[in-house]
Structures are given as structure tokens and as C-alpha cells.
Ligand binder design. Structure first.
Ligand SMILES: Cc1cc2nc3c(=O)[nH]c(=O)nc-3n(C[C@H](O)[C@H](O)[C@H](O)COP(=O)(O)OP(=O)(O)OC[C@H]3O[C@@H](n4cnc5c(N)ncnc54)[C@H](O)[C@@H]3O)c2cc1C
Ligand code: SF4
Length: 530
């Protein structure tokens, strides 16, 4: 048994865990981070090589059930409209993210007040604003200040990724329609920055960035954190929380990479394991659930896309899969549309050949057979993808539960997710795809393909340990402290009361930093085990 006691143990080495570790270490606290996976293997980052797409579909598969890497655990999604996607290893799911870096908008924090649905957050955009600025510096964000759809903000540290031919087409079409667009904001270094190198526009962002331009914590945070004395233990699968007789947590029980059961004791425990992994640990520990809401209110952002095919060569195999540009034209509620809240659009290059011929982002069927070569010639370099991220409203019947039938490699129970897409999101998707078809025609597309509700799209995980002031209706308080267990914190997207209609990592990271700041500030008053 390992009985070393530290000030804080963090579970999970993704963006929320990394940002939290940085803040606590800077305050002089002793920190251990337990991460069930290992370091990413960038020898498998094969952009530019002939086997790129084959390796991408195996080693970098977004679905843990398909990938089956050593750090993964079973997630039974048979009863879910959306498949949960993630990466389990140092850097967390950011190792695979497309790095679209979007702040939640002010209205996202006030949907009960504005639209009479779901809940307001107990914090506001203004509370998060300084933390947004700070995490943009930590994650090398590139973009352009002055977006009229957002409040005035500090300029991101790096200039935006180039629009390229596809982006310029999209921007010109939106200008003619008189609709909003702005250069995309991405956690992608457009110049050398810290440990990152300038982007080479290889369009491989979610399949292992080969040059180290994409900001994921295995590159931006952990090397320095480890050098600064934070202990990062890889291959450490946390099974449950260890408690004292007085109802505090005393640390976590985990299985190390040799299969040995260990305990890491700590004054505070911080869960940063994402909105599937965090409720898995809480439910397996039988803790922090007097509200009955642990695992409930799972939100995953219904996702669709509108693809255009053009007669001209737009070199759309090129450019970061970070977004060229985004549009928030129809983001805010207009009840005349028949639904509440809205969605974000972003424009992407269409990438490499195999991805456009197999089932996935281009539709459920794939395009094998007689027309294969004709279809490939029509698509490769001559296509553009608009994606739609719909706001997902919380519903208690959408949930994560322990799966009695599966365990991971260390014998820790797997999970099952139960999730149905709401009628509100279905109406929203239909509306947005209709508008995007217009945009594509305005861009000059000769053919359009509309894919609503793509199943393999649960990359944004939120809501399963909701934050609020009332212990009867929330799991954690406004700074992430569990109402039931005052030295147990949740600082990942599990705590989000609502999901917004934009990518969440900027807000996950900013909120983790805000809560870590509060933890440091209130440290003298923190209740800890005797
Ligand atoms: C393919 C893909 C594309 C995406 N694109 C975008 C995008 O463009 N923009 C955006 O904003 N977001 C995107 N996301 C989502 C983004 O990656 C996540 O929002 C972000 O990584 C969440 O950070 P986190 O630290 O809270 O959780 P994660 O990054 O998921 O990290 C959690 C970590 O906890 C570890 N862990 C879990 N359980 C245990 C346990 N029991 N014991 C030990 N360790 C454990 C996991 O192994 C993992 O490393 C994408 C995700 C995917 C998969
Ligand atoms: S496009 Fe840029 S950020 Fe994306 S994988 Fe290539 S080099 Fe990395």
C-alpha cells in the first residue's frame, strides 16, 4: 500500500486536470495526478505517409470500444442515439480534439431567465472572462479579436489559421447573404509558441498532430508540470474514493500498471475524468449522490453536417481540421422557428480520400461499388464541410450508469449510457441544415449532402455532476465542491448545468481554472481529513 499523503490528488490528465494541476502547483501545493492511460505515441502520427488513413482508423479511432487501447474502459452505447467518444491517456481527449476553441456566450449561462428552459448557471460569462483569457494563453489559441457575435475580449495570443480557398468561398457567400462569420478560433499554434511548432496544415488534427502544433496538455502542460514536481502516474486506473469515518474523502484507490492495488491519500480529491469517467468513479464509490443526480443530465451535442461538392478544385485536402471560420448567425432563440436555443456552424476542409468514402462524416452508407472512382474524383479537393453543433438541453433520463456486465482491464466496472435526442434538437437540426444548404449553393456547390444526427459524434461530454447552489438539485457547489463531501471536487464538464451550442473545451478549461483558483484562495478554511 502506498500511503504517501499529498495536498491534492487529481484524477485525469486531460485539459481540466492539467489546468488544475498548473494552478495548484503554482500555489506551492503537492500534487499527484493519476491517469489510466499512457503518453500518446506520436510515431503513429502518419500525416503525409501513404498509410495515414489506415493508422488513423485504428490507432486514433475516437471510439474507445473500437480502439481498445490499454487505457480505455468499456462504454456500452447500445441504448444511446449518440456514441461517446474520448481519448484515455496523458492529454485526455484533447489529444484527439479538432481544437476548435470557442468561449460559451453570455446567453449560455442564462437559459432559464432568457428562454424559460433548463437552468441558469450559478456563474456568469463575466465571472469566467479572466479565466478564458488565461487558458487561451496556456493553449496557444489562434484567432482574431473583435467578433461581433461575442463580447469584446482580449486578443488571442496568435493570429488565426489562414482561410484558404474553402474558407474564402464560405466567407464570401456569407457576406452576400448578410450573415455572420468570423475567422475560426483554434488551439493551434500558427507560429512557434512555447513547446509548440507552427501548424503545417496537414488536416490531421484529430488523428495525431505530427508536428506538435495542436495544443493538447501532453504537449502544453505535462512536460513542464512534471519538471516542476507534479507527480504524474500513468497506467493508474482509479477504482473508487477512499473515505474517513467522518464522511470526508481520504484519497483514492487505484490499480497501477502492474495490476497492484494502491491507495493515494490526499487532503482533497479532484475528479477531472470527464462526464462519463467522473460519474463512473462517483457511482462506484456510492458518494456525493444525495441529490440522485450523479450520472444524470448527460449532454453530448447532437451533431450534423452539410457537405458541398464543387466543380472547381478548392484544395480542400489542405488546412487544419481546426475551423477556418465559424458562424453564429442563428445562435440565439427565436421561438418562431419552433425550438429554443441554437447552434454554431463551422467550415472545415474535407480532408483525405478514405474518410470521404467510408461511413462516418459523409453519411451512414459509404460509397463503395461501381461509382467509387467517380465519387472520389468528384469529392477529393472539391468539397467543403459545414458542421452543426446543436445545444443539448439537460434531461434527467439521459444518463450514465454502471454496467454490471463489463469491467476494464483492472476489473473496474464499465458504464452504460442511455441517451435520446430531444425533439427540440431535432427541430433545431432540420432548421440549420436547411440554412446551410442555402449557404453551400451560394458558395457554388453543384451537389449537397445533408447528414443530420450523426451517431458517432459524442465528443462533447457534459452535465453528469451538475453545479448549483441547492444540494437537493445539484451535485457540486459553484466552485466544484461536492455538497455531500466538502473535500471532494469535480472540475470537468460534468458540472455544466447546460451545454451551449459551441465546442466546450475552452469553457471546461476556464471553469476548472476558476474553481482551482477558489480552492487555492479558500485553502486555509478547507476541511481536510484529520
Ligand atoms: C475526436 C474529438 C474531437 C473533439 N473536438 C473538439 C473541439 O474541436 N473543440 C472542443 O472544444 N472540444 C473537442 N472535443 C472535446 C474535448 O476533447 C474535451 O472537451 C476535453 O478534452 C475535456 O477535457 P477533460 O480534461 O475534462 O476530459 P478528458 O480530456 O476526457 O480527460 C479525462 C481524462 O481522465 C482519465 N480518466 C478517466 N477515468 C479515469 C480513472 N478511473 N482513472 C484514471 N484516469 C481516468 C482519462 O483517461 C482521460 O485522460 C473533442 C473530443 C474528441 C474525442
Ligand atoms: S493541421 Fe496543423 S494542427 Fe492539425 S495536425 Fe496538421 S500541423 Fe497539426
Amino acid at each position: 500500500m502506498d500511503v504517501d499523503r499529498v495536498d491534492a490528488v487529481i484524477v485525469g490528465a486531460g485539459p481540466s486536470g492539467a489546468v488544475t494541476a498548473r494552478r495548484l502547483a503554482d500555489a506551492g501545493m503537492s500534487v499527484v495526478c493519476l491517469e489510466q492511460g499512457g503518453w500518446p505515441d506520436y510515431s503513429k502520427a502518419r500525416a503525409g505517409f501513404p498509410d495515414f488513413e489506415l493508422v488513423a482508423r485504428k490507432h486514433w479511432d475516437w471510439n474507445p470500444n473500437t480502439r481498445r487501447a490499454p487505457g480505455d474502459y468499456p462504454v456500452d452505447d447500445g441504448d444511446s442515439d449518440i456514441t461517446a467518444l474520448m481519448y484515455n491517456g496523458v492529454g485526455g481527449s484533447a489529444v484527439m480534439y479538432a481544437a476548435h476553441w470557442e468561449r460559451f456566450l453570455p446567453s449560455d449561462f442564462r437559459v432559464r431567465t432568457l428562454d424559460g428552459v433548463a437552468d441558469d448557471w450559478p456563474v456568469t460569462y463575466e465571472d469566467l472572462e479572466p479565466y478564458f483569457d488565461e487558458v487561451e494563453r496556456q493553449f496557444a489559441v489562434s484567432g482574431l479579436e473583435g467578433d461581433p457575435a461575442l463580447p469584446p475580449a482580449t486578443a488571442p495570443p496568435l493570429p488565426p489559421v489562414p482561410l484558404n480557398k474553402v474558407g474564402r468561398r464560405g466567407a464570401e457567400a456569407l457576406n452576400r447573404l448578410g450573415w455572420h462569420w468570423w475567422p475560426g478560433s483554434n488551439a493551434i499554434a500558427t507560429k512557434d509558441y512555447g513547446r509548440l511548432h507552427a501548424c503545417a496544415q496537414s488536416t490531421a488534427c484529430p488523428f495525431g498532430c505530427p508536428v506538435g502544433a495542436k495544443a493538447s496538455p501532453d504537449r502544453t502542460h505535462w512536460p513542464d508540470l512534471v519538471a516542476d514536481g507534479v507527480r504524474l502516474v500513468t497506467g493508474a486506473r482509479v477504482r473508487e474514493l477512499v473515505t474517513t469515518a467522518s464522511g470526508l474523502v481520504d484519497g483514492v484507490g487505484y490499480v497501477d500498471h502492474d495490476g497492484v492495488e494502491r491507495i493515494q491519500r490526499a487532503q482533497v480529491v479532484i475528479l477531472c475524468a470527464n462526464a462519463i469517467g467522473t460519474p463512473r468513479i462517483l457511482l462506484n464509490s456510492g458518494l456525493a449522490n444525495s441529490s440522485g443526480l450523479v450520472g444524470r443530465r448527460l449532454m453530448m451535442h447532437p451533431f450534423g453536417n452539410a457537405i458541398g461538392i464543387f466543380d472547381e478544385d478548392l484544395e480542400s485536402w489542405r488546412g487544419p481540421l481546426g475551423q477556418h471560420l465559424h458562424s453564429l448567425q442563428f445562435y440565439e432563440t427565436d421561438v418562431a422557428r419552433g425550438f429554443v436555443r441554437g447552434a454554431k456552424w463551422n467550415l472545415l476542409p474535407s480532408g483525405a480520400p478514405l474518410s470521404m468514402m467510408l461511413p462516418g462524416l459523409w453519411g451512414t452508407e459509404g460509397s463503395w461499388g461501381e461509382d467509387f472512382h467517380t465519387a472520389l474524383r468528384a469529392r477529393l479537393g472539391r468539397s467543403a464541410i459545414w458542421t452543426v453543433i446543436c445545444e443539448d438541453l439537460p434531461d434527467e433520463s439521459n444518463r450514465v450508469v454502471l454496467d454490471p456486465d463489463t469491467v476494464d482491464a483492472a476489473g473496474v466496472p464499465g458504464v452504460r449510457i442511455e441517451y435520446r435526442t430531444s425533439e427540440n434538437a431535432r427541430a433545431m437540426m432540420d432548421f440549420h441544415l436547411t440554412k446551410l444548404e442555402l449557404v453551400l449553393r451560394e458558395m457554388g456547390a453543384t451537389q449537397t449532402i445533408l447528414n443530420g444526427h450523426i451517431r458517432a459524434s459524442g465528443w462533447h461530454l457534459m452535465g453528469t455532476a451538475v453545479m448549483g447552489r441547492d444540494p437537493a438539485t445539484s451535485v457540486v457547489d459553484p466552485v466544484g465542491r461536492c455538497h455531500d463531501v466538502p473535500n471532494l471536487f469535480v472540475l470537468d464538464g460534468s458540472t455544466f448545468p447546460t451545454s451551449s451550442g459551441v465546442n466546450p473545451t475552452a469553457t471546461i478549461a476556464a471553469n476548472a481554472l476558476r474553481c482551482a483558483d477558489a480552492l487555492v484562495r479558500d485553502r486555509a478554511a478547507q476541511v481536510v481529513p484529520a
